[in-house]
Design a protein around this ligand. Structure first.
Ligand code: ADE
Length: 225
């Protein structure tokens, strides 16, 4: 999978992809992540990327030209399955959508800033608008990092033990059950006996019941989907 990220703050994204699972995914050639500085595509003599809103109002708006030129140059090289704009007024990102995105070959992520992006970019280039939650971030970069992380870990081969992505919370509309590791007793706090019983059928039933109970308590909405 190839991911091209358009941003005015590429340094913000240097960190998240340079470590752990995302770093290994790139080393194993299971995904490529390319950062593009939108400012490099500005034809303006001051390299501007934003301007005042038509009609007045507080806050600057990201201009069409640098974004359009950057996307056009990428589209000349390959076909993109989705061009995604990270924005608080987009569709809320959920595991189902992450699973779908993980099957795609080439995607572009556009990170917004200021008051947003000129509507003509959204109308003529963007194929999906995604929000990572009902709160406003300073820009789309952190949201893009969240999307990339949640998607890339689902690409087969990225996580060694593939079942561990399949048993994540939300994969079957259930939250994950509690987990324990050694020691079996700490400070008098014991691990549930069933987990050390060696009876895999009973362990599986226990996990299922715990997952169901936790979901019912914390996220009953998931059970009605
Ligand atoms: N940009 C600013 N806030 C955002 C959010 N909640 N989700 C996606 N992009 C954003």
């Amino acid at each position: 999978m190839r991911i091209d990220i358009l941003t005015i703050l590429p340094r913000l994204l240097d960190g998240p992809f340079a470590d752990s699972i995302l770093e290994r995914a790139q080393q194993k050639n299971l995904c490529e992540i390319h950062l593009h500085n939108i400012r490099d595509h500005s034809t303006d003599k001051h390299k501007s990327v934003d301007d005042y809103q038509f009609g007045g109002g507080a806050g600057m708006v990201m201009m069409v030209q640098p974004i359009a030129d950057c996307i056009d140059s990428l589209k000349k090289e390959r076909t993109y399955d989705e061009i995604i704009f990270l924005t608080p007024d987009g569709e809320r990102l959920e595991q189902r959508r992450c699973n779908e995105f993980s099957l795609l070959k080439n995607i572009i992520l556009l990170c917004g800033h200021y008051k947003g992006v000129d509507q003509r970019v959204r109308e003529h280039y963007i194929t999906k608008e995604i929000s990572i939650g009902d709160y406003v971030l300073s820009g789309g970069e952190i949201a893009a990092a969240v999307l990339v992380d949640s998607v890339v870990r689902l690409i087969p081969g990225v996580i060694n033990d593939e079942t561990s992505a399949l048993t994540d919370s939300f994969q079957d509309n259930l939250l994950a059950p509690p987990v324990y590791t050694r020691p079996a007793e700490y400070n008098g706090w014991k691990v549930p006996e069933i987990l050390t019983s060696g009876n895999f059928k009973l362990i599986e039933d226990w996990r299922m019941e715990q997952a169901y109970r936790k979901t019912k308590e914390r996220r009953p909405d998931l059970l009605n989907q």
